[in-house]
Design a protein. Sequence first.
Length: 607
Amino acid sequence: MIKNLFNNANIRSKLLASHLILIAIPTIMVTLFFYYEIYGLVVNDTIRQEQALSKQTSMTMDTTLEQIGKVSASVRSNRFLTKILQPASTESNDFVNSKDEQATFYTTLKSQIDGELVTDIKIYTDLVDDSLYNNPYTNNVFEPLSDTQGSYWSGIFSGSSRYALYCPSFYLSTYEIDHYGSLAYIERITTYENGKLRPLAYIAVYFSKDTLESTLNRDISTTDSVYYILNERENMVAASDYALAGTYMMSYDTIVDTAATSTGFTTKNVVNQDVYAGCYNITGTDWYMVSILPAAPIVAKGNNIINTFIVFYIILLIIAFILAYCISHSFTKRLEDVSYQMRLVRKQKPVRMPDPKIHDEIGDLVDTYNYMTDEMNLLMDHQARAAEDLRISELRALQAQINPHFLYNTMEMINWLSQTGKRKEVTAAIQALSRFYKLTLSKKDILTTVVEEAEHAELYIQLQNMRFQDKIHFVVDIPDELLSEHMPKLTFQPVVENSIQHGILEKESKEGTIVLTGWHEGKDAVFLISDDGVGIAPDRIQTILSGIGESKKGSNIGVYNTHRRLQILYGPDYGLSYSSTPGQGTEVMIRIRLHADTESPELPSQE
């Protein structure tokens, strides 16, 4: 009874039963058992290690910045500086002006600058004689208070009563970073004058960000974890990896709350990712060091251990698959034939399969496939005919769009020439206009030769020059072997018109040059129309070929129609492409396929 029930079941039921019994159920049960046991051990051990490393790094940062503070305190308590900041007296003046005392002061400061952590020391004050600012004995230690004006850290001091500030790079000027150091500890020495707090001096100990970054990188345990330091204004001070730090950056308030409520790692959700975060205040500063350990690598470590156990089930899997293959071989062969035939549809039109002799589920599938094949082939034939009809209709509509304003303006110009008695100019204008439209409308084919298309553009510029006093110069440099090739009509003229209207005539002089060149590229012909007009702004150049770009003198519909017409005729890889430099000019590249490889539709002429 069981054998008959199994044989009469459908294919899906057979596959599900064999896989569930032989593979899925035992594998899932064993894997889940080991997963939850080992995962907890891996996570707890990894977190303990990271907490120890983070605490060690935090203590190193405390020691490093404490050393900076000691350097500043040593400078502040120096007798030479103390004399400078005291009210002027004969004794203090004699002491400050002593070359020996100046040299001793400089030697003391120099001994504090190790070039690795402390990179420079500056004292900003107006209480010294001008001779101390550029004194070889003090080696430019002193700078006037005016040098602090405009710096970010000076503004912070001005708006608060704090006496000391640890400055990230963001607080320092470019000059300070380039010449003194990338970070700084600055102390303010003040006095009360007329009831207001006034700075007497700033002691700036500049130090290197590299030292902090080296410390942060030294204790990184995995490539996905990151250490970074943030100040109260949420400026990044240093990081082991700035890209990861930016990804896992938490708000300053969150960091402060986390540091206050936990001495170890806590679980956070940052940018929709679960992470383990440790936050530590760096003693004596408003800086916090944050250690981020993404949960995903820990999970991956546990999964790697799980994968080790899966090796023990390889023999079971092999036996199970062999058994499943033997059971399913009787019907999978026909399924493979259907699957193979369906894959061929990606490369060619669908082809009917032989009518099935066995009418089970697979036989029904073959019958359905054959029915779909017949319907799809019929639909594709109808679609191809409809697409060709649409293609021809679009070509007719696009080619019919000749700018009427050009004709109106030319006729107005001829009328004006006639009224002023310029008979020769009237004759020349009429002949040029007649030839211009003859090249456009007289032939039935949508194609013309390159030489005639270039002549068409020259006639357009000739007519425009009658209006604009011959200020538009046109240079044609096309190889002779290209002149006899065929290309669609009205390709050059809209681009040339756009170059004149929106390029040259936008210039103050209303004068410029347009150059038309061309060359072969394999089976393609490429033409380049360049002008020295005002150019196109970067935000507009992307909209020119979309049909929605607007300008002061109208839309770019003529250029868009030309681009669209070439793509309909040749494909999406052909048409126009723009490049421009504002204030210098614009280049338009036109790519077409040569007529030898083009099946041009025969369209009736535009009457």
